[in-house]
Write a protein that binds this ligand. Structure first.
Ligand code: BTN
Length: 246
């Protein structure tokens, strides 16, 4: 499907993902981007909030219309994280790491994150995907986020980063369904979680494990201390470092 570069800029929104979903339901084409200067209800994965103050971060959501099933799109969040790393590197001169599955990192802190949401057609295929990207460009953080969150410290403006990101997302979108293995090979290189001891957190328990590998569908293979090896998906668990966020 062809990519239409349309940008809707807003001052404040509850969440750019919600606005992009509204536009997608009204038929907005693939490539439509919504950018807000601030969000009052910015969301992350697993229902967490995403701190979105005015002017210091890029808060952007883009509509994709891949012709496939959900099962063929399990690597989408990984692909978007990679596109975000490419855009940050091209504009700010530093390449973030990726903390499985959707967090961008610098050093041991969170630089940003990806929130992917899908909507389905009656036949079960994907009607549209909205990929939301939040990246801290500058600014201070409230006390509860200090030592956890970090920014690009003004190395690039939100506007320049947004332009670059729309370009890397377009390129990613072209390769998404044809080059899954190549995308995931690059993801594995950027994924700082691999080879680390992590806490694997599910609603029922937290267990320590070694993060061994990421499969081509984005799932994580972990080796628990009792020798049990398991594949976990991002819908089931999150991971944290043993002592800190990464
Ligand atoms: C996470 O930390 O788990 C993902 C954070 C994603 C934040 C972005 S900001 C733009 C878009 N709108 C939202 O409400 N969330 C995403």
């Amino acid at each position: 499907m062809s990519w239409t570069k349309l940008i809707q800029r807003c001052d404040t929104l509850p969440s750019t993902n919600d606005r992009a979903k509204e536009l997608a339901r009204q038929g907005a084409p693939e490539g439509t981007a919504v950018i807000a200067r601030s969000q009052t209800a910015g969301r992350g994965r697993l229902g967490r909030s995403f701190h979105s103050p005015a002017g210091t971060g890029l808060y952007m959501s883009v509509i994709l219309r891949p012709r496939c099933t959900a099962a063929q799109l399990m690597h989408l969040t990984c692909a978007v994280a990679l596109a975000a790393c490419d855009a940050v590197e091209a504009t700010a001169g530093v390449r973030p790491g990726i903390k499985w599955i959707n967090d961008l990192t610098l050093g041991s802190c969170k630089l940003g994150g990806i929130l992917t949401e899908l909507s389905f057609a009656p036949d079960g295929t994907v009607d549209f995907a909205v990929v939301g990207i939040g990246i801290n460009c500058s600014g201070d953080f409230p006390k509860e986020l200090r030592g956890i969150a970090c920014s690009l410290e003004g190395a690039v403006t939100c506007e320049v980063l947004a332009e670059a990101l729309i370009d890397t997302l377009e390129e990613m979108n072209h390769q998404l369904l044809t080059d899954q293995k190549a995308i995931m090979d690059r993801y594995r290189r950027d994924c700082i979680t691999l080879g680390r001891q992590v806490r694997v957190i599910s609603p029922s328990e937290t267990r320590q494990a070694l993060a061994e590998s990421v499969n081509d569908d984005g799932s994580l293979v972990v080796l628990f201390e009792d020798g049990q090896r398991t594949t976990v998906s991002a819908g089931e668990v999150s991971v944290r470092g043993l002592w800190d966020y990464i």
